[in-house]
Design a protein around this ligand. Sequence first.
Ligand SMILES: [Fe+2]
Length: 156
Amino acid sequence: MKTLLNSEVKNEIAGLLKPILADEQVLYVKVRNYHWNITGNQFFALHVKFEELYTELALDVDEIAEKIRVLGVFAPGSMSEFLKLSGITEEKENNYPDQFQMTDNVANDYEFLTVRIKDAGAKVQELGDEVTAGQLYYLAEKYDKHVWMLKSMVQK
Ligand SMILES: [Fe+2]
């Protein structure tokens, strides 16, 4: 029979979720930037693809933030916190990589994120929270697919 998670464990789980929330938020901004500033012969495909990705990220960010709240912890919500917590870096100011570099950057960021998520998922499972682990693995499955598709596009 499962027991309730104590507040120390909840805090620990929230601590694993915060960097994921930050990564998703920074990636959201980066992909939206690319959606606006993409140029080249793949404009129509990538402009739409990037919109699809940032729209999904906006929902995923919300899921993670609210999970942190369910655990009884306040969710980071400022850009300065996100940038501190995130392992994903924003695009540099006034820098607009070409369409393939943008695609490759997004693929690499999703790949980084899936590693972080799978690692957190395993730890969360060990801590006895299978529901949160399930949420994380669901995200990892979706993001793995994005990595495959984006990398396929830039593959020579
Ligand atoms: Fe748009």
